[in-house]
Design a protein around this ligand. Structure first.
Ligand code: SF4
Ligand code: SF4
Length: 438
């Protein structure tokens, strides 16, 4: 794609990067077929190619984006299916990340929208606040019946519709908090490794059982696990909202504490059980590439970050539990399959450990969770969820496995089949408790 940035514009490293990405696009349109919003809405401007044009225009003109441009960029799930499909290696992720930052900087959203986004950006990364808000949401849920119901799925939802979606996602009850930062879990038997386990923000409130399963499995196999003191939310949630100042601040804080831990106690890896977070931590090196102080450490931390299945692939797991024949529908989270290109590994681990693993039709399509997307774009998100659940039902599973809490909550809201994390199944197979509580 030909671009027309001025030399002055190209002096900005972000614009230079955008120019490189845009020039790689040959407008072939292969990406449109696998883009969930194009599949649902059929509008070229809701396809990757259409959005790439819109972003190009916005950056070249260097003027505040129009409401129309913002609408189509906001509808993008950042699922990155387009990056998997693209034969030219267009890095859509870095392009749309930059577009979101530009929109937050230059576009004046309606007041209610600004407030909603600020609240989400403030509450979600703070576990204590998030826990309190989930309790409030649960109390407020009976009143959702009083809110108007949209007649048809809208791709431009109202504030009330979004509030309704937010309240609907609140769980009926919250588990007790898991162990906090600073906890160390000793390896059972001879120590063969030492890792940090990302504590996550929403996950530690909604499902601390996931990291507990990871700790149980790792320590049982001789790996010491540390929950690093003063670790924060990885920044993924605010990064995807275009609040880069917040996201980069969190990245720097985490790099500092992980680096300290690595120097003091040694770390073989920083393990992540929420693939949405893993994709962003693996991108810290890029996000901070212009930061003199943090560029080097960020690149090193990105190399240390691993999805838990990547680490487990290097360990000889010992299946011990008698489970009978359990059929698992494996839902491949977008952040894992498109963001980190981890596709076969989780399924291989499950199969090797005695599960009957089934692929889900249209597995490349997003379930509609996508961070805060199911709150900000609830109607598109619901349509994607229903499609995903219908596809899952065709393989008649006993359980559904995924590697990302956002997908787990989203899918569980549309099915009665238990939705569990891959690590819970592997823990069960190697001597842990049977999972199955949503
Ligand atoms: S597949 Fe790649 S090169 Fe083709 S239009 Fe999409 S982004 Fe551009
Ligand atoms: S990230 Fe997903 S929703 Fe966005 S353009 Fe690419 S395929 Fe479409």
């Amino acid at each position: 794609m030909k671009t027309e940035f001025s030399l002055a514009q190209l002096a900005d490293p972000d614009i230079a990067e955008a120019d490189k990405i845009l020039r790689a696009c040959v407008h072939c349109g292969f990406c449109t077929a696998t883009c969930p919003t194009y599949v649902l809405l059929g509008d070229e401007l809701d396809s990757p190619r259409g959005r790439i044009y819109l972003i190009k225009e916005m950056l070249e003109k260097d003027k505040p984006p129009t409401a129309e441009v913002v609408k189509h960029i906001d509808r993008c799930l950042s699922c990155l299916a387009c990056m998997t499909t693209c034969p030219s290696g267009v890095n859509y992720m870095h392009l749309v990340d930059q577009a979101r930052v530009r929109i937050e900087r230059d576009f004046s959203r309606p007041l209610t929208e600004r407030v909603l986004r600020k609240v989400l950006a403030w509450v979600l990364p703070r576990p204590k606040l998030f826990r309190a808000s989930m309790i409030l949401a649960r109390l407020g849920r009976p009143f959702t019946a009083l809110l108007p119901t949209p007649t048809a799925g809208s791709a431009s939802p109202t504030l009330l519709r979004r509030i309704k979606a937010m309240l609907a996602l609140a769980p009926n009850g919250l588990p007790a908090p898991g162990p906090g930062g600073g906890s160390v879990f000793a390896a059972v038997g001879e120590r063969r490794g030492r890792v940090a386990l990302l504590q996550g923000c929403a996950q530690q409130v909604l499902a601390p059982r996931i990291n507990q399963a990871a700790i149980n499995l790792l320590t049982r196999h001789g790996v010491e696990v540390v929950l690093v003191k003063d670790e924060q939310c990885c920044g993924a949630l605010t990064h995807h909202l275009g609040h880069d100042g917040d996201a980069l601040g969190r990245a720097r804080a985490n790099i500092s504490v992980w680096q300290r831990e690595a120097e003091q106690g040694g770390l073989d890896a920083i393990l992540v059980t929420t693939s949405g977070c893993g994709t962003v931590i693996k991108d810290y090196g890029f996000m901070l590439r212009e930061d003199r102080e943090f560029a080097g450490p960020a690149a090193r931390i990105s190399l240390l970050a691993k999805d838990i299945t990547e680490y487990l692939a290097g360990i000889d797991l010992h299946p011990s539990a008698q489970k009978g024949s359990v059929t698992i529908a494996y839902h491949s989270a977008c952040s894992l399959q498109h963001g980190q290109k981890i596709t076969a590994l989780p399924k291989e681990l499950l199969s090797k450990n005695g599960f009957v693993v089934k692929d889900v039709p249209e597995s490349h399509l997003c379930c509609g969770s996508a961070g805060t997307y199911n709150i900000l774009q609830p109607d598109i998100a619901s349509r994607l969820r229903d499609r995903k659940v219908a596809n899952i039902a065709t393989v008649k599973p006993d359980m559904i496995a995924a590697g990302n809490i956002g997908c787990m909550i989203q899918i569980a809201s549309g099915t009665s089949v238990p939705v569990v994390h891959t690590i819970e199944l592997l823990d069960w197979a190697t001597g842990g408790p049977k999972p199955g509580l949503n």
